[in-house]
Design a protein around this ligand. Sequence first.
Ligand code: ZN
Ligand code: ZN
Length: 816
Amino acid sequence: MESSSAATVSAGPSPGPTPADLLRRLRARGAADPVTHVERVPARPGVPAPWPSWAPPELRTAFARRGVAAPWQHQAQAATLAYEGEHVVVATGTASGKSLAYQLPALATLLADPRATVLYLAPTKALAADQLRAVAALELEGVRPACYDGDTPRAEREWIRRHSRFVLTNPDMLHHGVLPGHAQWSGFLRRLAYVVIDECHTYRGVFGSHVAHVLRRLRRQCARFGSTPVFVLASATSGDPSTAAGRLTGLPVTAVTEDASPRGGVTFALWEPPLLPPDSGPSTPVPPQSSSDRSSPPAPPQSSGDRSSPPAPPQASGDHDDLQQVRRSALRETADLLADTVAEGVRTLAFVRSRKGAEVVAANARRALDDAVPGLGDRVAAYRGGYLREERRELERALLHGDLLGLASTNALELGVDLVGLDAVLICGYPGTRASLWQQAGRAGRSGQEALAVLVARDDPLDTYLVHHPEAIFGAPVEATVLDPANPYVLAPQLACAAFEAPLTPADLALFGDGAKEAVDQLVAAGALRQRPTGWYWRHRERPEVDLRGEGGAPVCVVESSTGRLLGTVDGGSSHFLLHSGAVYLHQGVSYVVDDLDLVDGCALVHAEEPDWSTHARDVTDLSVVSVRSYVDAGPVGMFLGEVDVTSQVVSYQRRRIATGEVIDTRPLDLPARELRTVAVWFTLSPQSLTLAGVQPADVPGALHAAEHAAIGLLPLMATCDRWDIGGLSTAVHQDTEAPTVFVYDGHPGGAGFAERAYGTAAAWLRATRDAIAECGCESGCPSCVQSPKCGNGNNPLSKPDAIRVLDVVLANLPE
Ligand SMILES: [Zn+2]
Ligand SMILES: [Zn+2]
């Protein structure tokens, strides 16, 4: 299929080039070679296994009809464990056929026991829909698979509850719909044999902790109805999947991690965009770091929204607004690479960290292709959440059929499972973890053919470090998924939900784990639960309102004024950045300009216009202390826990020439500030103690900033949270503390328990932080110590040696 597409696109009659040839042509474009390293990930032969003896012939035939001749070894192994009643997680690479590992035992059981049922959970509706198609295509008698989610028409819901034996849904629907309505589901739950949790690595941080309790609530209802389903989980490759799956389900889970599926070799290139000529490009001066406006690195706005939405819009372009550009931007480089690969007839997916970035890459690639061959630009599109469902399906279909050759996208998960036969993957900027990097690279070479993956470094120290230290990518294990079901801020609302569904008994407390008793006592004290001899009862008529995915705000609709056509939606958290008046908004590569953002109606009116500039919103972030809950006075050092207000306000936007990046002007905006009231831990040091320790006044911002980054990076050691759930801010003098201060705060309204744990283990936490920095072999700071993938300031300023001095002062004074 690749060659036929290629024949219609590329000038020559030859089929698509090999990855090595392709890479050679790509890197030969410029004067300097941008490739810093090429890693050859060898092809792996598959290890097939016979069908397990328990798999009925009917099922084997059905799979054979769909092209599955025999399972791979990891599939057979996981399936057999699950069939024998063990909870199992299969954690293998992208496209390794994880679905067969759960379909096989689940469907075999449905065929053997005409009453048994299966519940399948996916993190997105799109993925559930894909799975539904796959299961339905097996055409098994009496299974009647069905999706049950927010889109399911009311009229069909009762039929599904009564008759479907393979229900596909998501944790939100389980939480909001199935569990509160358990009486209607009693028949289904009583006969529940398997719970399948697909893409379980996505349940991390606060969201993951919520889902962990939703699953405990499910187990409690099943127990009430007399069933004890087996849990089968599928995960991307991750560190210690057995522990993560165990935390998620509250059950002992066996991990199958040996990937026995075949895969084609991948040529993985690390690509550093070339240096710009000295006098070209914008020459924005580096801002003073000690002045009052920027003395504090702005708290990364993504701290609160990055779990479910793309990274911080201010960095949406991938460029650093405040830093002098020395290299060509990764977005432009990626757009050129995308255009070049598409021109070669190579089916290519480009991952870009932000939605806006994906739109820009697609638009630039289209322009470049149209300049070469008018009409060729139509073979490139952008893909992101927020498109209407029909548009998403159409894009998937077009890529599958080769009408589309290039796609720029924000994240792997939204793509579902229908993308096959990609020849090249371009990764624009390090995605933050090795786990996501491998997941994105794993999209290439699906059908076992050779493929190319390219990591294009952004112009920042972290990416730069990585492309020059390939061992940090290719020689290190992937990260573990972290979640903390004992987080009191998650546990209490989840116990309220459980009590609404059925009174809590002392036995339930063990199910919900550490801290459950304290949380129940708290709910009683707050008047939410009433204690009776038989247990704890929910006191209100209405259900407790608990949102698994936290804040983010209602989505804002983007509407074309002249036609009233709904173009798409943007989540509330990003709307100020992307849809302010005057913003250039790209949709499907078509450019619109926003006339008006109506925050009351949640609607932005736009008109089609293609100016030759792009817009970049700027925000100001501030943090003020609301109250101090607890503190330690340690001489020149203070350690505090308290409530803070983190305020961020989009105050202006820059217009920049698309061709050159030149700043045309900066225009003020009048948007309301948005506040996050949350919990923070912070420490202060006296200026004298810093001077005594040898930190020069000019180096204080870099010292504090570096210490803040490393402290955030190390907090997961103490709090089993995720660094993406936390925000930070450091400043040489803060208006409330009147001293050099480092703040670390929960990125969730009301806090999430992380800062509190950090405070409780402050000495151990900062000791580990200090050691991690000091023991790092790098000279002046690297991603393993003081650089952060989520820095709102482009990792500037940072001073590694001074960060050690700062932490030494804190540790010398703080009691253990
Ligand atoms: Zn380092
Ligand atoms: Zn930073």
